[in-house]
Design a protein around this ligand. Structure first.
Ligand code: GDD
Ligand code: MN
Length: 364
């Protein structure tokens, strides 16, 4: 064994001030005898995690902190950690003491020896498991796991795991192909690899959390599903656009219901009823897109109000484009009326999507 740096351990943190010192201490203990560095990637936690890590690093040069400002997300944090890693092997572990650090040597060894490119801590084989999880959380995890397994080239028993070690070169070579979105960096890596990675799995028991809280919420779950979809079908229709179009379809239903209510039941004029229906449908679409399609960049507070106004303006122009294209095709080129209408809808939908991605939610 040489003294050259072998392992770069990445600990992503968001509000882990109560755990990080202990996590670093235990990681050092577990990796004793294996030359290693510890890189904490903190997303500007308000609880002062980064300051704490810097104070530890002041006495311990094998530890450092990357503090990210204005960027969020577990997957992208791991990517930035890997980009700054100098070891031969990059290992990723949660900083909240839920991952069993005592398996670290067994986890990294197969990658160090070249026996495997990827080594994963698994809850679902050998003696692995979870402790202190609610039934709902277990069921969600199982469902997400089964879904992912259908599409995997590398046969992971626990594709949701966030505890793994990988050859640093392999990790970095895959970065340009990663989606970087959401929570599941391991899954993202495995999907990004054109060939199956040689695999070692190491069972461990996922511990309960004692301090701080989990950051897994509904938007993360939605992003997970969108990432899976994108990997499988995204080259045909991207997940965001597919969701946007489905929401648009539901908007048509909302429009018709509102029109029936105003015009037929309440006896309003058609013009008034149609106007109410248009506003209802646009507002419905805006709210649902904000919750689902753009869950990762959700607007809140005043930005929500501003976003709604911008969205309505964009859709108004989209409607004009829709009618313009449809009537041009129908009257000038003699395309069948149904096809003319569909072409108008498509142009309107793409316009609404592109413009509102850019100007309502600040994407693209
Ligand atoms: N930098 C950064 N940015 N770190 C984050 C972020 C973020 O946006 N969100 C979470 N983390 C850190 C947490 O501070 C913690 O150290 C680790 O990532 C895991 O986050 P938790 O919020 O504790 O996740 P969990 O316990 O619900 O989920 C775990 O289970 C999954 C398997 O179902 C994690 O271990 C995942 O890695 C694992 O895939
Ligand atoms: Mn956790």
């Amino acid at each position: 064994m040489t003294n050259a740096l072998q392992v770069s351990l990445i600990l992503p943190t968001r509000n882990e001030a109560g755990n990080i010192a202990e996590a670093i201490r235990r990681a050092h203990e577990a990796l004793d005898g294996i030359p290693h560095e510890i890189i904490v990637v903190d997303d500007n936690s308000p609880d002062g995690t980064a300051d704490l890590v810097r104070s530890i690093a002041a006495d311990d040069p094998s530890v450092r902190c990357i503090q990210r400002i204005g960027r969020r997300g577990l997957a992208s944090a791991c990517i930035e950690g890997a980009l700054s890693a100098a070891g031969q092997v990059v290992a990723v572990m949660d900083a909240d003491l839920q991952h069993d650090e005592t398996i670290l040597p067994k986890l990294v060894q197969p990658v160090l020896s070249g026996e495997a490119e990827l080594s994963v801590g698994t809850r679902y084989s050998g003696g692995g498991g979870t402790s202190g999880w609610s039934e709902t959380r277990e069921a969600q995890s199982e469902w997400a796991t089964r879904l992912a397994m259908r599409f995997l080239k590398t046969p992971l028993s626990d594709p949701m795991s966030g505890f793994f070690a990988i050859r640093a070169e392999t990790f970095r070579a895959l970065i340009p192909n990663l989606s970087g979105r959401g929570f599941k960096i391991l899954l993202d890596l495995v999907f990004a690899s054109p060939e199956a990675l040689t695999l070692h799995e190491e069972p461990f028991v996922f511990r309960g959390r004692e301090k701080g809280e989990s950051k897994l919420d509904t938007p993360t779950a939605i992003q997970y599903l969108m990432m899976l979809y994108d990997r499988v079908m995204g080259h045909i229709i991207p997940a965001r656009f597919a969701l946007f179009a489905i929401v648009g379809g539901l908007g048509v239903a909302v429009h018709m219901l509102a029109l029936i209510a105003c015009y037929q039941l309440l006896g309003m004029s058609f013009l008034a009823g149609q106007s109410v229906a248009v506003m209802s449908a646009m507002t419905f679409n805006f709210v649902l897109n904000n919750l689902l399609t753009f869950s990762d960049v959700r607007l809140k507070g005043w930005a929500l109000l501003r976003g709604w106004v911008v969205f309505c303006l964009i859709c108004g122009l989209g409607a004009i484009a829709n009618v313009g294209v449809a009537s041009y095709l129908f009257s000038e080129t003699g395309v069948m009326w149904t096809l003319s209408a569909l072409a108008g809808i498509l142009v309107g939908a793409v316009w609404n999507f592109v413009m509102s991605s850019r100007f309502t939610w600040g994407q693209l």
